[in-house]
Structure formats: structure tokens, C-alpha cells
Design a protein around this ligand. Structure first.
Ligand code: PMV
Length: 340
């Protein structure tokens, strides 16, 4: 990861930095908090940071701005979404002892709010750009801790490749760490877009509902073992073991979602059709496993030799709008000379 420094364009009347971060796909999920205020996840989770689903964010702090202005994909944020970003900047401003408000411009190259965790890449990029603009000298671990306060999964997007996010008893214990770099293993994630609509219940609200499901505790008991399996699968590059663990936890998480009060059903008919297709491929001998975040779109994990064939099949399926083929990608970084 690059060293963080104040952007060269900073001056007495503006402090500015631009950062980039990738979305990540969780192989074991973060669903439910041990501490909701601090966003300490209820369980450890393992993810892959993705190369093609990226967010670029510029933070420009000025002494004359009355309040933070945040634009995502050309639309100004208002209400709770703006306040969430603003509170996140407050955490950074408190550390730096600087109270200047910011103009934040953030762009995703993928549809936000549709099951590709835009909050992960978004808060990772905001944390890094904000810290750099404020001149904060933070270790990658501190950046991950801070990113977690904005969105739990953002703690993982600070790092590239294969990443583990720890739960913890205290704020300072719940941070992500890189397990292996992006080149460790060329696993593919085919993101199957079946809907681009914003989800009705964002994951930050969904976490609060997890304990209302009778299955939440059962999932937490199981996910410890699944994490062990995953770490072992990653070390040995055992794709079947990785896929089985990821698929099981995706189903466990969606079982918790479906049985919480109120019930959260993120799937669409097309989601189930893609799940069935993955199961059929396995019967035919293709290495393919699915995982799904808080949305209807399906992530299909496969190996490079099969990615093109599976992608062609998916594109021919009714209801499939797009397929984004991703590999493990780099962690968050500063863009020294952004094109604006
Ligand atoms: O970081 P959040 O609050 O958007 O939660 C992420 C929730 C899931 O995407 C469903 C699972 C995960 O670990 O990424």
C-alpha cells in the first residue's frame, strides 16, 4: 500500500486528496454486529478485494464551507446518507484537529446499492482520501479500523487480495488484515447483474435485524468452523473447499435474513434461476459456487479456465442484464494526479 501524504495540490485554503478502492466479495459474511455503535462485526469474515468494481473519491476540505457536500455518481447525497459520510469525516477531523468541512466527489464504475458492496469501496476510499487530505499519518491497520466505522465491509477493502476481518471485544481489535496478495490465486468472481435497483433495506439497517432471527446464533456457531475451512482452503488453493464454505455461509446468511423480523428477502426469481444453474454446472463437472450479498445479484466463484464458458451461458439466460468478470485486485491507494 502506498504511503499516505498530503496531496501536492493542498494549500492554505484547500486540502485535497483522491483515493481509489475496490469492492470486495465476502466468502464468509459480516452480518450482525457485536457492537452496533462501533460497527464491530459479530463474526470474523474473509473476502476477496475485486479488481474491476472500483470507487474513486476526492475529498477537498476548505475553511469557508458551512457543511459537508457529498456527491456520489453525480447525485448530491441528502439526509441520513450525507450525515453518515459527514460523521465519518468527523472521526478523521477529530484525529487531525482540523474542523474544515469538505466537498466530496465519489464515482463508482458499477451500479451502487445492487448487491455489489458500494459501501465497502466507498468508505475505504473516503477514509483514505480524507486521511490524506487531513495529513493524517495512519498505518494500514488504523485505516482499516477507521473504514470499519463507516461500513464494516470497508475495513476489508483497504487491503488487496484475500483479506480477513476480525471481530473483537474493543474498537482497536476489530480490523482487517491481508492474508494473501492478489497474485496468490487467480480465482474469478463473475458478478451476475439481475437488477440494478437500489435495495429496499440497506445492509447497515439489516445488521440490526440479525439477532431477531432464531438462526442468527446457529450461524455464528457455524461460521467459526467455516472460517477455519476457508483459511485452510486458501493456504492450499483448494477451490472446492473454498467454494463449499462460501456457498454454505451465503445460504446461512440469507436464511438469517429471511427469518428475521421483519423478514428480509433480497432474492428475485432470477437469483434463484442463477443458483439452480450453478448447481447444474456442478453436476456437469464445472467448478462453480455462488455467493450473494444483501441484494439480488449473484457472485459466481470459478477458475480462469471456465470463466469464459460460464459467462457466455449466463449472458444467454433470461433476466441476466450483465456479467462483470473480476479477479482479485489491489487495495486502496492514493491517486497522486487524478483526472478531474
Ligand atoms: O459493510 P456493510 O454494512 O455494507 O455490510 C456488508 C454486508 C454483506 O455485504 C451482506 C456481507 C459482507 O460481509 O460484505
Amino acid at each position: 500500500m502506498e504511503e499516505i501524504r498530503v496531496h501536492p495540490r493542498s494549500s492554505a485554503s484547500e486540502r485535497r486528496a483522491t483515493a481509489e478502492a475496490g469492492a470486495n466479495i465476502a466468502l464468509t459474511k459480516y452480518w450482525g454486529n457485536a457492537d452496533a455503535d462501533l460497527r464491530i462485526p459479530a463474526n470474523d469474515s474473509v473476502s476477496i478485494t475485486l479488481d474491476r468494481t472500483r470507487t474513486v473519491t476526492t475529498v477537498a476540505l476548505r475553511p469557508d464551507l458551512p457543511e459537508d457536500e457529498v456527491t456520489v455518481d453525480g447525485r448530491p447525497l441528502t439526509g441520513p446518507a450525507r450525515e453518515r459520510a459527514s460523521r465519518h469525516l468527523d472521526l478523521l477531523r477529530e484525529r487531525a484537529g482540523i474542523s474544515w468541512r469538505a466537498r466530496v466527489v465519489s464515482r463508482n464504475n458499477f451500479p451502487a446499492g445492487a448487491g455489489i458492496a458500494a459501501s465497502a469501496s466507498g468508505f475505504a476510499a473516503l477514509t483514505l482520501a480524507g486521511a490524506a487530505a487531513l495529513g493524517l499519518d495512519l498505518s494500514p491497520r488504523d485505516l482499516s479500523l477507521l473504514a470499519r466505522r463507516g461500513s464494516g465491509s470497508a475495513a476489508r477493502s483497504v487491503f488487496g487480495g484475500f483479506v480477513l476481518l476480525h471481530t473483537g471485544a474493543r474498537d482497536e481489535d476489530a480490523f482487517a488484515e491481508p492474508l494473501y496478495g492478489p497474485d496468490w490465486w487467480d480465482v474469478r468472481d463473475l458478478i451476475v447483474i439481475v437488477s440494478r435497483a437500489e435495495k429496499a433495506v440497506p445492509s447497515s439497517e439489516g445488521h440490526h435485524l440479525a439477532p431477531t432471527s432464531a438462526l442468527h446464533r446457529a450461524r455464528l456457531a457455524r461460521v467459526t468452523e467455516l472460517n477455519r475451512q476457508l483459511l485452510d482452503a486458501l493456504a492450499r488453493r483448494d477451490f472446492t473447499a473454498l467454494g463449499q464454505a462460501a456457498e454454505e455461509d451465503a445460504l446461512l446468511m440469507h436464511a438469517v435474513m429471511m427469518t428475521s423480523r421483519p423478514s428480509l428477502i433480497y432474492w428475485l426469481p432470477e437469483t434463484l434461476a442463477v443458483i439452480r444453474r450453478v448447481q447444474a454446472w456442478r453436476e456437469e463437472g464445472f467448478p462453480a459456487y455462488f455467493t450473494i450479498d444483501a441484494g439480488p445479484n449473484v457472485h459466481i466463484l470459478t477458475l480462469p479456465a471456465f470463466a469464459d464458458r460460464l459467462q457466455a451461458d449466463l449472458r444467454a439466460m433470461p433476466g441476466v442484464q450483465d456479467v462483470i468478470s473480476c479477479r482479485p485486485g489491489p487495495g486502496a491507494s492514493i491517486i497522486p494526479n487524478p483526472v478531474e
